[in-house]
Design a protein around this ligand. Sequence first.
Ligand code: HEC
Length: 251
Amino acid sequence: MTRHAIKTWLPVLAVAALFTGCNQQMAPPNEPLHLQHILSFHQLMAKQPKLKPQDPGHFFADGRSTRPFVEGTVARGSLGADPVFLTGKVSQLPPAVPATPVDPKLVLAQYAEEFPVEVNEALLKRGRERYNIYCNVCHGQTGSGDGTIVMRGFLKPPAFWEQSAGDKSHFSRGLRYQGAGQIELEKAPAGYLYHVITNGYGAMASYSAQIPPQDRWAIVAYIRALQKARATTITASAPAAGNDAHPKGAH
Ligand code: HEC
């Protein structure tokens, strides 16, 4: 085609492309591309010869379009080999037997007591930073459950530590629901706190998309620090007998 011919025909081709609607076939391999083939791209984009995941297909003998993993496939990314690090669980509950109460000890025993990561200053600092980004808005700066969103009317979460002698606002709701009985969140296994961040509980959503596993453990370590700090304050500030800083009658 000469330069002149291209100049003349190009606009015509462009306009023709707009009006094509027939179901042409793609050019077979090794054959030059003709106008018809170019026009058929338009049609193929509207109706793509692909299978969506889980669609049935006729190509493979088992009738499935989604192929099973090749034997020996090694998972990459966050799917690591350490289930405790990824789930916070060391075991699973045995299958429920109808009309038989769940053993509270087994419920608790599912969750890791120990941290699967080294707890050091760097982890706690990271945990404090992440806690203040993701959890503070509801659980509050110190873990009392009085974050800004709660003050605006959102369901108040349990406190992470005993707020005053005898109060019950720091008992785990999730563990009670699972059948473990009344467990203070100070005594809930670290793996359970991790489990709540990973899966959410009740009105609280899962944070697994926003917070990677290492950071979830960092947050759990920081919650432990908040709990210990408050427990110490309560004990340390309890007036010792015979040494009352505020004698009766003094205000
Ligand atoms: C949008 C508010 C909100 C945010 C943000 C939030 N939580 Fe919660 N959380 C709640 C509420 C509400 C509950 C109580 C849920 C219920 O009782 O239905 C709760 C419950 C919990 C519990 C106790 C579960 C139990 O067994 O009682 C833990 C532990 C917890 N959250 C940890 C966290 C951590 C850690 C973060 C940050 C990664 C976080 N939450 C972020 C609202 C929030």
